[in-house]
Ligand binder design. Structure first.
Ligand code: COA
Length: 691
């Protein structure tokens, strides 16, 4: 028997019966997000359960592939309509009959708070539970910070809430977040579980908080704050969880709600929501909906340097068989050894077992014999960044490879169209631009050359998904999305050096804005020599009318290549990665300014970061106009996930969209004027209107 709980459409909540157990089914595809309609439907269903004398217990389950994956994030940007989630949960607790949550798929955020409001929780193997609100710039707002500690203790709750991690079913059972795992049919198992409660309620709001030592809690709090980079909402989350042991339940609950409401409507939460939806958008490439990816089973990685080793590691960790090709056996074996070191570290830190490491490494075939690539479905080259080297490699490999094998290049700025044109299969050529270290960084720029076939692109996206990368598709253009924007940003930072700032001023201003590192510290870390060699190569073709800053060249002429030589933009003492400001560098910069007749002006931190950011925004506008990036949100994803742009600012374009438009454009005008000949201004207002 099914009862419609309301006449008003749409009602995604259905009340079925299994004997005396009410089965409340939430059916709100695709992920049963807890929208206004779901909350309203749930409240009505619970009221029916409470009032109906023929019902002894209830079970809540999700239709489709998941329980409630979370509150509807789209509603978080505006005032929430009644009934809100706490009212639904209060009704469950007030209901005199036990209510069991039957979880499969994901039960996250508001979805897990709903489950915590029930009298018991059971789940299917493979389910995940957690409270990811902190990753969205908020704290849980419907009792999560109060009920979870009553199950797992304050210290464990701090870790779970502040990391926002998805806790797998088995671990959740071990921790007490879930009462039982149901191996067979979840629906009937949960009904039986509800029936077996024989009317007993277990309200977590009435449960005691397990006792813990002060030290244990403070250690967890300090670790969580550090991992959360001290962000205000992380500190608020810690306080909220701690208050479970300090305040009466109702008071702590009210305080939690107040903080949740305040944070939810703040900038930081809006930025993180923007990135959440940006990630989902990025995987949608127009025209590919009906294109089936090819099956990829075996992959070859060419080049066992840092990049090649990292890339090969991504593939073996995702279960692919990988052939690692180097010029000679020693090089290939060295590559395998470096892959082993990565796995050994994962074992040492407890992330995987020694067995798992062994299985991963068993999937690698190191070789110097190109014939071994004959059966590869996909070949990824990670050889020296030089057009001719890459073209020669693909030409040499093509006669060996299967005629339909896909050729991927890891180039970070070269013209992929030229590489593709040099092959017999331009439709099967694609760029896979990994970021270093490739097995750690989540971002992957997939470069679609002019002739890349839809099937090749769909295959690249499918492989990216399997290796759990965040893929953003770019068209061909020097530096694609990320490196091109970074270059524009770097250029302005160098202009500021000449105009009056020092490297330490610029790095400090940008770190304070939230970048993981400033550009000069980054440059010292990665080394100044490669870019120097490139500038030397390009010197002959550089437009002499353009503004060119020579400071980096002067440093390189002195052998100051960064950390590896003990000096670069900063001075390094042995074994110390944190550099000191160097008076010699200041002198050199002062001399560069006076050589050009520039009278140095002071720069405030705000002036520095605004100029650097506006440079990014302008370059992003150009990239979008040229069609190299498809959407503003793609640019934000690249800069946040590949270049240390603070995620709580949402990316350069999100940041710009929140700035005063007139001030931003005035800054852009000043920047254009200072940049001199050859500077191109993008149509920034048009791009921001698309946000
Ligand atoms: N609110 C609103 N929409 C949501 C949502 C939420 N909490 N969670 C997912 N969606 C939407 C996505 O935007 C996407 O919509 P689209 O198809 O229009 O782009 C769709 O549901 C599918 O999501 P997707 O992430 O692409 O599916 P998946 O199968 O890869 O993953 C989940 C499913 C549930 C694991 C994943 O969506 C997820 O982690 N969601 C967020 C859960 C969360 O953080 N909840 C806490 C909120 S406080």
């Amino acid at each position: 028997m099914a009862t419609q709980v309301s006449d008003a459409a749409p009602n995604p909540v259905r009340l079925d019966r299994d004997g005396s157990v009410a089965v409340i089914v939430i059916d709100n595809p695709p992920v049963n997000a807890g929208s206004y309609d779901v909350r309203r439907g749930l409240l009505e269903a619970i009221r029916t359960v409470a009032a109906d004398n023929t019902i002894d217990a209830a079970m809540i389950i999700g239709a489709g592939s998941t329980f409630v994956a979370g509150s509807d994030i789209r509603e978080f940007g505006k005032p929430l309509e009644e009934p809100q989630l706490p009212a639904v949960i209060a009704a469950i607790e007030a209901c005199p009959k036990p209510v069991v949550a039957a979880i499969h798929g994901a039960s996250l955020g508001g979805g897990f708070e709903l489950a915590l409001g029930c009298d018991a929780r059971v789940c299917a193997p493979g389910a995940v539970v957690g409270l990811p609100e902190v990753t969205l710039g908020m704290i849980p707002g419907a009792g999560g910070t109060q009920r979870l500690p009553r199950l797992v203790g304050i210290a464990a709750a701090i870790e779970i809430v502040c990391s926002g991690r998805r806790v797998p079913a088995e671990e959740a059972v071990r921790l007490g977040m879930i009462d039982g795992l149901i191996e067979g049919d979840l629906h009937s198992g949960a009904v039986a579980y509800a029936r077996a409660r024989e009317g007993r309620k277990r309200r977590l709001s009435e449960a005691p908080v397990p006792a813990e030592t002060h030290d244990h809690v403070e250690k967890a709090a300090a670790a969580a704050l550090k991992a959360g980079r001290g962000r205000p909402h992380v500190a608020e989350a810690i306080e909220a969880v701690k208050s479970a042991a300090r305040l009466p339940f109702v008071d702590a609950l009210a305080r939690e709600r107040e903080v949740f409401q305040r944070l939810r409507s703040g900038n930081e939460a809006a930025a993180l929501r923007h990135l959440f939806f940006a990630e989902r958008e990025a995987s949608k490439v127009p025209g590919l909906a009906d294109v089936a990816p090819r099956s990829i089973k075996s992959i070859a990685v060419v080049g066992a340097g840092t990049m090649g080793v990292g890339i090969a590691t991504c593939f073996v960790e995702a279960g692919y068989a990988v052939t690692l090709l180097e010029q000679d056996d020693t090089g290939a074996q060295r590559g395998l050894e470096r892959m082993r070191e990565i796995q050994d570290r994962a074992v040492a830190t407890g992330r995987i077992s020694a067995d798992q490491a062994q299985q991963r490494l068993a999937r690698v075939t190191p070789t110097a014999n190109a014939q071994q690539l004959a059966e590869a479905d996909l070949v990824v080259e990670a050889v020296f960044e030089d057009m001719q080297v890459k073209i020669d490699l693909f030409r040499r490999l093509e006669p060996i490879l299967r005629s339909d094998a896909i050729l991927a290049s890891n180039t970070s700025y070269l013209d992929l169209d030229r590489i593709a044109a040099a092959t017999q299969r331009p439709g099967e050529v694609v760029g896979l631009h990994f970021f270093s270290p490739a097995h750690v960084m989540r971002l992957l720029e997939i470069v679609r050359a002019a002739q890349t076939s839809p099937e090749t692109l769909a295959t690249a996206l499918a492989v990216a998904k399997r290796i759990r990368k965040l893929a953003v598709v770019a068209r061909v253009g020097e530096g694609f999305i990320g490196n091109r924007i970074y270059a524009a940003y770097r250029r302005q930072c160098e202009f500021m050096l000449e105009e009056g700032a020092y490297p330490e001023d610029i790095d400090a201003a940008l770190s304070r804005f939230g970048f993981a590192m400033g550009p000069f510290a980054v440059s010292d870390m990665s080394g100044l020599d490669i870019a120097w060699k490139m500038r030397q190569r390009l010197a002959a073709t550089r437009d002499p009318r353009g503004r060119y800053v020579e400071i980096a060249d002067r440093l390189c002429e002195q052998g100051r290549f960064g950390q590896k030589t003990g000096a670069g933009w900063y001075l390094y003492s042995p074994g110390n990665r944190k550099g000191e400001a160097d008076p010699e560098v200041r002198k050199l910069i002062d001399a560069a300014s006076s050589a050009k007749g520039i009278s140095r002006q002071p720069f405030t931190a705000e002036k520095i970061y605004r100029r650097a950011l506006v440079a990014m925004v302008n370059e992003a506008a150009l990239l979008l106009e040229e069609g190299i990036a498809a959407r503003p949100s793609d640019v934000d994803l690249v800069m946040v996930n590949g270049y240390g742009f603070p995620n709580y600012e949402g990316g350069p374009l999100f940041w710009a969209s929140r700035e005063d438009r007139r001030r931003l454009l005035a800054d852009l005008d000043r920047l254009a004027e200072a940049s001199g000949h050859g500077f191109r201004k993008g149509n920034v207002p048009a791009i921001l209107d698309r946000m």
